[in-house]
Design a protein around this ligand. Structure first.
Ligand SMILES: [Zn+2]
Ligand SMILES: [Zn+2]
Length: 352
């Protein structure tokens, strides 16, 4: 596989959604992408996929618009599982108890293979006891770290009280011993999370590589970065505030013959539930019908926040709308929450 296209793969790097997230070199302006992992790990991934190239050449062939993620970038779009495990690992490392705070390294030290369901599920007898190598014995000294916690917040709009689910950043304080225990339980769940991510990305790649003649793969995402807003705790403000906003649904259509087609629908309605999703998808479905009359099957892929796509209302519409539009079979696949980004993010950036 070509190294440059490997760097641009959605499981290797992600598009920065902002208008200003561009880099220009020798007159060539490109939308910035951030690597999802260290170059060292990605080189390993590349070789594991059956390619052979030296580390230095691999580094040299990185496209200039694909950048390693800086600490500040990492604060925007990672999921709560990644962030919470990272926060606590950093605190335990800063206390001088462990030598490494990289969550994937910590997880892989507790797995025979990182891509093995039995190891990830803690069902493998060789690696089901999570442990970390401690540099010294933990004491009663207190350590502090941040954690994302789910909660609810109420706000008033049009004289009515509304409740929204929010995720707030909470500062935790506990003894070194307790922090180590907590880290171990985080690593245990991280193993599963990591496996699921790798598996979903593999399935998505596979699906795109083997598209059937009558199939269209539809990758959808609401462009406004729901999770980032969530984390910043401004969701209540956002939904309760001014109405001069729009929701954008970005879609990438993959078919077996042509190169991917990007679409974006815009609405003044900020509804992100099933009604919103299918109102946005309606023109997309007719576009597919018009452009590709041979398509009968739709395979959807989306991020998995429960408030949006993973709801019974969505399934109900999935079982009716595409069929009235003339399709004969459908399926919907989910990425782990906050990990369903990719090409769709880039469209949002362009439109904004
Ligand atoms: Zn994650
Ligand atoms: Zn194992």
């Amino acid at each position: 596989m070509d190294i440059r296209s490997f760097y641009e793969r959605d499981d290797v790097s992600r598009v920065c959604p902002g208008v200003k997230d561009t880099v220009t070199r020798r007159g060539l302006k490109k939308q910035k992408r951030l690597l999802n992992d260290t170059i060292k790990n990605l080189h390993e991934k590349f070789t594991q996929e059956g390619n052979s190239v030296s580390y230095s050449l691999f580094c040299r062939l990185r496209p200039f618009w694909v950048l390693p993620a800086m600490e500040k970038d990492r604060h925007t779009c990672l999921c709560a599982v990644h962030e919470n495990t990272g926060f606590i690992a950093n605190a335990v490392k800063n206390a001088g108890l462990i030598d490494c705070s990289d969550t994937q390294v910590l997880a892989s030290r507790n797995m025979c293979e990182s891509y093995n369901l039995r190891c990830a599920d803690n069902e493998c007898n060789d690696c089901n006891r999570t442990g970390v190598q401690l540099c010294r014995t933990p004491t009663e000294t207190q350590v502090q770290f941040w954690q994302w916690k789910k909660g609810t917040k109420t706000y008033v709009r049009d004289g009515e009280q509304h409740e929204v689910k929010i995720t707030a950043k909470v500062l935790k304080t506990m003894s070194e011993g307790d922090a180590v225990d907590k880290l171990l339980s985080h690593i245990t769940s991280f193993k599963k999370h990591w496996f699921v991510l790798q598996h979903q990305s593999k399935q998505f790649q596979e699906n795109k590589r083997n598209i059937q003649v009558d199939e269209c793969v539809v990758h959808v995402d609401f462009s406004e970065n729901f999770n980032c807003r969530f984390h910043e705790e401004i969701q209540a403000v956002h939904f309760g505030g001014s109405h001069d906003q729009a929701s954008l649904l970005t879609v990438v259509l993959y078919t077996c013959k042509e190169s991917p087609v990007s679409c974006c629908t815009i609405s003044a309605n900020l509804e992100h539930g099933p009604i919103g999703i299918w109102a946005h998808l309606k023109p997309v479905l007719s576009f597919v019908c018009d452009q590709y009359p041979a398509i009968r099957h739709l395979t959807f892929w989306s991020d998995g926040p429960s408030s949006q796509y993973k709801r019974k209302g969505n399934f109900f519409r999935l079982c009716s709308d595409p069929f009235s539009a003339g399709f004969t079979s459908v399926s919907w696949n989910y990425f782990e929450t906050s990990h369903g980004k990719g090409a769709v993010d880039g469209i949002g950036a362009t439109v904004k």
